[in-house]
Design a protein. Sequence first.
Length: 69
Amino acid sequence: MRKLGIELDHVGAHSLRHACATRLLQKGTSPKEIADFLGHRDINSVSIYAKHDIRTLRKVADFRLAGLR
């Protein structure tokens, strides 16, 4: 990342996992699917990587609830 001129507070695998989880959440992937993809047993672990914004979470929740009706 430094060679590319990307300046972050944290660099390395953690940053890549965080970016991946955040992007998956933005695309509508459920926290369970993200946890499975990252190899976590507990979906609460996803919150470490994904900074949840209410708007994105609402879209995921609404999509999942609509499928149950």
